[in-house]
Design a protein around this ligand. Structure first.
Ligand code: GTR
Length: 429
């Protein structure tokens, strides 16, 4: 059938990734809108008991139920009682970026023990601020040194995805990637608009490969519970990284120069999935931004378009819990879908973004998720997206649920940031 494309491993899927651990299994993939079969979404406003939620006062009960369902069936439970000790400032630069920023590096402990897992939080605040600043907080893909050209930001310490070429030392390779992701993090523009930016490398919390958990937070937690047998509900990588965001927020909240009630959590791609799960779980985040988060993020799982549950669980089994794999061939039985993840952010502001060429992330599935979540926003007295028709390219729509689809490919770009800054001005100012 010409409308269905079978993708052998990752070849031809537009999903080439250095992280993907692949077995050459044939997995059906569809990227043709007219070939999307009909599907029925679970009803966000019906409790599992069958009772309907009709008032704002009834929503918290359904919200708790949905958080539990996402924990049990998708992302896994974050263990109770993880340490939440305060971090320590290792460096403060009062004249960073030519005097525009106050820059701090803070180590935030995620675990206890002789070799604790430490999150290296890099924080920029506008130097001229006279009151507590609103912030953007997001994890980065390749190390704090890649988001800036500043020579004195230390290189990532542990695992990074790209192996050095032969004849090049690890540090030489990392040094050559300094500033390589600076375009995704327009620090000076963010500061100029009156916001601070905090970021940390996701690999600090846990390396992103199948066995990476052994070297990361999950390994450290397991080591403290000898004899503990892994359970299907145990947490996956996305839950670990989302916990790192919660811990980063714990730390930012201690700084009187930061307005802890105005922290936006942002992430791109797998880290967009992570930002959504962090923002859904942790109501302290005032705004949640999911840039091209795709499958396991904003995109509806039941829509057969782009990446599928089977495909993501095959390529990245370590991102989700064990039970999520039960739905590889029966997604219709999953008790939740991703519009309910977006709804968990309500009534706080949420922004979903897509890119036209990023079919793998299913732009329409991302939009529809925001639209479907809008009924909860309206129940809670906010606005939602108006209807199922997608907006034109490069136009931002929505007031509490924001959305745009940018022309171009899968990336977090300065154009996306302009939309986020405008949206944040409305919600965090
Ligand atoms: C892709 C994966 C997506 C997305 C992306 C990324 O290969 O299939 O779900 O997360 O990686 O994070 O870069």
């Amino acid at each position: 059938m010409s409308s269905l494309r079978t993708c052998l491993g990752w070849l031809g899927c537009g999903c080439l990734s250095a992280w993907a651990v692949q077995s050459p299994v044939a997995i059906p993939i569809n990227e043709v809108e007219s070939a999307v079969p009909p599907y029925t979404l679970p009803d966000t406003l019906t409790l599992q008991s069958g009772q309907r939620v009709t008032t704002a006062a009834q929503w918290p009960r359904r919200r708790d139920e949905l958080v539990r369902l996402f924990e049990e069936h998708v992302y896994g439970r974050i263990p109770a009682g993880l340490p939440r000790e305060r971090g320590w400032v290792v460096e403060t630069r009062t004249h960073a970026l030519g005097g525009k920023a106050i820059r701090q590096r803070i180590q935030v402990p995620l675990s206890k023990g002789p070799r604790p897992i430490l999150l290296d939080l890099l924080v920029y605040r506008p130097a001229q601020a006279t009151r507590p600043v609103p912030m953007f907080l997001g994890l980065n893909f390749d190390g704090n040194h890649t988001i800036t050209h500043e020579a004195d930001v230390p290189l990532a310490r542990g695992w990074v995805a790209n192996r050095p070429r032969s004849g090049v030392t690890r540090n030489e390779a990392r040094e050559s990637s300094r500033g390589s992701d600076a375009e995704a993090w327009p620090i000076e523009r963010i500061l100029e608009r009156g916001y601070g930016l905090a970021t940390a490398y996701y690999g600090d919390a846990e390396p992103d490969f199948d066995e990476g958990w052994k070297q990361g937070l999950r390994g450290a937690v397991a080591a403290r519970k000898p004899g503990h047998r892994a359970q299907p509900g145990d947490w996956g990588g996305i839950a670990v990284w989302s916990w790192a965001l919660t811990r980063a927020l714990d730390q930012l909240s201690l700084d009187p120069a930061i307005d802890r009630h105005k922290v936006a959590v942002i992430g791109h791609s797998r880290l967009g999935k992570t930002a959504l799960w962090a923002g859904a779980r942790d109501p302290r985040f005032a705004l949640v931004i999911a840039n091209e988060s795709g499958e396991g993020g904003a995109a509806l799982a039941r829509r057969f378009y782009g990446e599928t549950t089977l495909r993501i669980n095959t390529s990245f089994p370590h991102w989700f819990n064990g039970r999520f794999k039960d739905y590889n061939h029966r997604i219709g039985d999953l008790p939740v879908d991703q519009h309910e993840l977006v709804a968990l952010v309500a009534p706080r502001a949420v922004y979903i973004a897509s890119a036209e060429e990023d079919r793998w992330a299913d732009p329409r599935g991302e939009y529809l998720s925001g639209w479907q979540a809008s009924e909860v926003y309206r129940l809670l007295g906010q606005d939602g997206l108006p209807g199922p028709d997608m907006p034109a390219l490069n136009v931002s729509v929505g007031s509490s649920v924001g959305y745009h689809i940018r022309s171009g490919a899968h990336a977090l770009t300065p154009v996306d940031w302009e939309f986020y800054l405008q949206f944040a001005d409305r919600h965090l100012r």
